[in-house]
Design a protein around this ligand. Structure first.
Ligand SMILES: Nc1nc2c(c(=O)[nH]1)N[C@@H](CN(C=O)c1ccc(C(=O)N[C@@H](CCC(=O)O)C(=O)O)cc1)CN2
Length: 284
């Protein structure tokens, strides 16, 4: 473990490697049994450079672990109806085990309608209402990948959320909201904060666990962090800058994730793991 100021660095890269190694073994077992690799369909609408990078990273990682990726690039002019039809076709295609629709889609598209066209058994990115409800009620659906990756980091560093005050900053459907649910399921006391929250710094100062998922570079300042707190930065802003002012926060935190090399790599590792899970479940 690396020491950064007072805080111990939680390496998402290491946690992701452990998940990915096991996923590669399971993908090989699947291929041996069925004569074909698990298959993830990746759908990218438009040409946002960051999204192109993330999808490329996911596909490269698929290739490394023995998952086939079927890439479907669509023009920015794609309509909601066309996207829903395409995703419905992928949901019905027996050769496809998992479906990823890269977020965000262009503003004229109803992203929720597109997500809901993903069959629950293929929702390896954990973005549908079905998956969310399953997660909230302790069912067997797939978890949203970034929150699930954060839970894996906490487990790897022996952080037990039980009885801790966890503050989640951000309430997006694929990050903040499911994050709070997963922490609640592990008996944390969860506070959701967002753009309308009053006196955010004083709430964060009471947190044992802070998850920053706001999408604003270095928004969370070091002086907000309770000494010894566990800080997880789910920010992926331009230039690989997180949502937490890392140098300031590391002076006070007990454990902290960096950007890059923190939450991001575990997001992709969980996506691949869930794709192999889906492949096995569809075969059963
Ligand atoms: N359908 C989804 N869309 C989006 C998700 C998601 O989970 N599902 N998450 C984010 C972006 N994202 C994946 O899509 C993502 C962002 C960053 C990383 C990552 O590993 N970053 C690296 C640094 C990247 C680099 O070196 O260039 C890191 O943090 O170390 C992975 C995934 C929004 N959209």
């Amino acid at each position: 473990m690396t020491d950064t100021g007072n805080a111990v660095l939680m390496s998402g890269t290491d946690v992701a490697r452990a998940i990915t190694d096991r996923t590669a073994q399971r993908a090989a077992q699947f291929a041996e049994k069925t004569g074909r690799k698990p298959c993830l369909a990746t759908v990218l609408v438009g040409d946002d450079p960051a999204s192109e990078t993330y999808v490329r990273m996911k596909r490269n990682r698929c290739a490394k672990v023995g998952i086939e990726s079927k890439h479907v690039p669509l023009p920015a002019s794609t309509t909601t109806a066309q996207l829903v039809e395409l995703i419905t076709d992928l949901s019905n295609d027996p050769a496809v085990n998992g479906i990823l629709l890269q977020h965000p889609v262009p503003a004229h598209i109803d992203e929720r309608a597109a997500f809901e066209a993903i069959a629950p058994g293929k929702d390896v990115d954990g973005v549908t209402m079905h998956s969310f409800a399953d997660m909230a009620f302790g069912g067997k659906g797939f978890a949203s990948c970034t929150p699930a990756g954060i839970m894996r980091i906490l487990d790897a560093y022996d952080v037990d959320p039980r009885g801790k005050h966890a503050v989640v900053i951000g309430r997006s459907p694929i990050l903040g909201k499911p994050m709070g649910m997963l922490l609640l399921a592990r008996d944390a006391t969860v506070t959701y904060c967002h753009s309308k929250t009053q006196d955010l710094p004083s709430i964060v100062r009471t947190a044992d666990i802070v998850v920053a998922a706001v999408g604003r570079p270095e928004f969370v300042r070091g002086e907000w962090i309770k000494p010894g707190a566990v800080v997880l930065d789910a920010g992926y802003n331009e230039g690989n800058v997180g949502d937490v002012a890392f140098d300031e926060a590391a002076v006070r935190a007990g454990l902290i994730t960096p950007v890059p090399g923190g939450v991001g790599p575990t997001t992709i590792a969980v996506l691949l793991e869930q794709t192999v899970d889906a492949a096995f479940e569809q075969r059963a």
